[in-house]
Write a protein that binds this ligand. Sequence first.
Ligand SMILES: *[C@@H]1O[C@H](CO)[C@@H](O)[C@H](O)[C@H]1NC(C)=O
Ligand SMILES: *[C@@H]1O[C@H](CO)[C@@H](O)[C@H](O)[C@H]1NC(C)=O
Ligand SMILES: *[C@@H]1O[C@H](CO)[C@@H](O)[C@H](O)[C@H]1NC(C)=O
Ligand SMILES: *[C@@H]1O[C@H](CO)[C@@H](O)[C@H](O)[C@H]1NC(C)=O
Ligand SMILES: *[C@@H]1O[C@H](CO)[C@@H](O)[C@H](O)[C@H]1NC(C)=O
Ligand SMILES: *[C@@H]1O[C@H](CO)[C@@H](O)[C@H](O)[C@H]1NC(C)=O
Ligand SMILES: *[C@@H]1O[C@H](CO)[C@@H](O)[C@H](O)[C@H]1NC(C)=O
Ligand SMILES: *[C@@H]1O[C@H](CO)[C@@H](O)[C@H](O)[C@H]1NC(C)=O
Ligand SMILES: *[C@@H]1O[C@H](CO)[C@@H](O)[C@H](O)[C@H]1NC(C)=O
Ligand SMILES: *[C@@H]1O[C@H](CO)[C@@H](O)[C@H](O)[C@H]1NC(C)=O
Ligand SMILES: *[C@@H]1O[C@H](CO)[C@@H](O)[C@H](O)[C@H]1NC(C)=O
Ligand SMILES: *[C@@H]1O[C@H](CO)[C@@H](O)[C@H](O)[C@H]1NC(C)=O
Length: 612
Amino acid sequence: MASSIFPLLSLFLLLLQPLFSAANLRRNSLLRPEILSQSTPLNATPPTLYFEVTKPIELPNTKPCSYLILQHDFGYTYGKPPVFANYTPPSHCPSKKFSKIVFEWNATCKGRQFDRIFGVWLGGVELLRSCTAEPRATGIVWSVRKDITRYYSLLMKNQTLAVYLGNVVNSIYTGVYHVNISIHFYPDKNSDNSLPKYDSPADLILPISRNLPLNDGLWFEIENSTYIERKEFKIPQNSYRALLEVYVSYHENDEFWYLNPTNEYIEANNLTGTPGNGPFREVVVSLDGEVVGAIWPFTVIYTGGVNPLLWRPITGIGSFNLPSYNIEITPFLGKILDGKAHKFGFSVTNALNVWYVDANLHLWLDRNSTKIEGKLLRHISLPDVVSVVSNFKGLNGKFLTSVSRSISSAGWLKSSLGNITTHWVQNFNYSNSMVMGNDGDLQIVDQIIHFNDSVQAKIPSSSVYSTKSHKKYAVHLYYNSLDQGNGTSFSFENLTLGFNEKNSEAAGFGLSKSSLKNVQNTQGNMVVKDNLVVRGLGSTQQVYKYNGSNVCYFRNISSSNYTILYDKVVDKCRSRRTQYSHFGHGLSRWWPFPARRAFLGSSNMVDSSTAS
Ligand SMILES: *[C@@H]1O[C@H](CO)[C@@H](O)[C@H](O)[C@H]1NC(C)=O
Ligand SMILES: *[C@@H]1O[C@H](CO)[C@@H](O)[C@H](O)[C@H]1NC(C)=O
Ligand SMILES: *[C@@H]1O[C@H](CO)[C@@H](O)[C@H](O)[C@H]1NC(C)=O
Ligand SMILES: *[C@@H]1O[C@H](CO)[C@@H](O)[C@H](O)[C@H]1NC(C)=O
Ligand SMILES: *[C@@H]1O[C@H](CO)[C@@H](O)[C@H](O)[C@H]1NC(C)=O
Ligand SMILES: *[C@@H]1O[C@H](CO)[C@@H](O)[C@H](O)[C@H]1NC(C)=O
Ligand SMILES: *[C@@H]1O[C@H](CO)[C@@H](O)[C@H](O)[C@H]1NC(C)=O
Ligand SMILES: *[C@@H]1O[C@H](CO)[C@@H](O)[C@H](O)[C@H]1NC(C)=O
Ligand SMILES: *[C@@H]1O[C@H](CO)[C@@H](O)[C@H](O)[C@H]1NC(C)=O
Ligand SMILES: *[C@@H]1O[C@H](CO)[C@@H](O)[C@H](O)[C@H]1NC(C)=O
Ligand SMILES: *[C@@H]1O[C@H](CO)[C@@H](O)[C@H](O)[C@H]1NC(C)=O
Ligand SMILES: *[C@@H]1O[C@H](CO)[C@@H](O)[C@H](O)[C@H]1NC(C)=O
């Protein structure tokens, strides 16, 4: 009965091997079998290049100052402290001002290894959450580039860089990850010593992560639905804007949370050990005990997930650069500008072991004021409205879960520019339809999350600044597995992932819009014996379509059995879109504006390389 609803069965098989205790192996489930290395490779075979389809980062036309920050081989690193490196700002660079800063992770690996989650922190502030690619016997190579200009103030000071990648290497799992981390600083074209006009990163970024020393990542680990992880912080009293950027990833029993059946179904069928709590999860962020925002995460599938052959060489959306999510804290500033310590709290509704969560608090400071006063005017956080309709008999049935939620707040701040009122709204809705068939061997899941958020800031008698975004996260999985009864199973899987986003930003008379449609369709089959994929095929088609104010990027690509079948790229806009017109005065100059990276999206995926 090795089926999609009995994911732990295969974990147990794995766990019987003494080296791999549950604690040791941060991974789970039948949906992540491992590829058996093929026969002895020819030495001449070049390593395979794996990649995630995303638009290239827009770079200024200047020569970067580049630094290799860390070179490290991640061998047996599990349960050991993160790897550290001293970071110093680029002192030997002719320019001291940069309009773009790009982080680059280059890695190679050869042999047999699982996909491993990793994090990169600078001064405790998370810069990147990612997943390694799974190697082949003939070797692989991959590169992750991320626009980190948003962390500008942090990058201008001496810091400690920390990287945690918990790997296990032994006679079976031979893959060592050889990694280089570089940072590229692109000097500002206008060497007039001013920061880029359309890009004002925060003046200060506070880490909301675990303190050193520790023996794994700086993320908090949330293992159940009742636990609230809290972290104390203090902000300067002249902060006029605050934005909390949250990183999340889910593992083990919640790696495929959107596929988890209800507890009622599990109990009725005596499926002890099957991860349950139903398919809805949300990360809830609180400030001094009050809910200030929520995150309904995109369903990132790691490089070994569902069928590892689907992700070679085109990896799953977000797997090499997990999205982070923004929560606007500005309306609440009035409550935390008192110079005292306050607490952020993180919890995960319905969580099973384990979620890795941490955050960065981006703060903008009023240079003409030492103390800002403010007040929260309104705060409405209604609980989730949940509906679960289930109809099952034995192992077969249908389940429909729908959830919606709304959180909004408003507050004013009296700064050197005047009295600014900020409104922030989050609206979510979610639906998950799950069908179990063939006595549990067949699972069909369709999940859609709609997520709107908006920020509006206004000074009386002056301009209004506002951003709006609408996101749609979709996942569809068809998974049919046929157990052969001798430790072998055949399975067929069709999977669709969709990450769509529409953003708009208005200031004075200026308006800017962007949209992203990013959809992956995949089909796979495999023969799994004792948790090893012994045979199989994976095919992926992806269409990525981004339209911004100044930049457009379109890519239509397909792969099957490690080979690219077609790849079409168009990186020109078909017609001129709305340009930034002249922005208003007052607020637009003062508010960190347009600061699209920090502001627009709740997700970095689109914003990380938005035009400057
Ligand atoms: C990292 O890898 C990419 C792609 O293979 C390559 O273009 C780039 O030059 C590499 N970066 C460094 C610093 O070696
Ligand atoms: C890392 O950098 C070193 C020195 O430049 C180079 O020899 C090596 O190939 C690089 N490794 C990767 C994975 O890019
Ligand atoms: C930063 O580090 C460099 C190199 O270690 C050192 O020379 C410099 O004095 C440090 N700067 C500060 C402000 O600590
Ligand atoms: C939830 O997790 C926390 C932290 O890991 C732990 O202390 C607590 O006992 C757990 N609660 C339950 C009900 O398992
Ligand atoms: C579950 O276990 C109980 C008690 O052992 C038993 O009475 C019941 O028939 C079992 N149900 C199924 C569906 O196996
Ligand atoms: C501070 O005041 C000066 C002079 O009044 C002005 O030029 C500057 O823009 C102000 N800075 C901020 C951050 O408001
Ligand atoms: C700022 O404006 C709000 C209304 O938007 C008002 O309630 C508040 O009293 C004003 N604050 C000051 C200091 O004027
Ligand atoms: C998001 O905004 C759109 C357009 O304003 C609206 O049609 C939709 O119902 C909103 N969705 C949610 C979940 O609030
Ligand atoms: C959820 O939001 C979408 C678009 O935002 C809308 O079309 C749909 O009707 C909403 N569903 C519910 C149940 O509110
Ligand atoms: C297991 O069963 C399948 C299907 O019956 C068969 O093709 C395969 O050879 C069997 N494997 C072993 C090792 O017995
Ligand atoms: C799976 O995908 C293939 C190829 O797109 C398609 O022919 C097949 O009908 C799909 N199966 C299901 C059950 O959706
Ligand atoms: C995949 O490609 C390899 C050669 O690279 C070939 O031997 C194998 O038969 C192909 N598999 C399928 C299922 O097409």
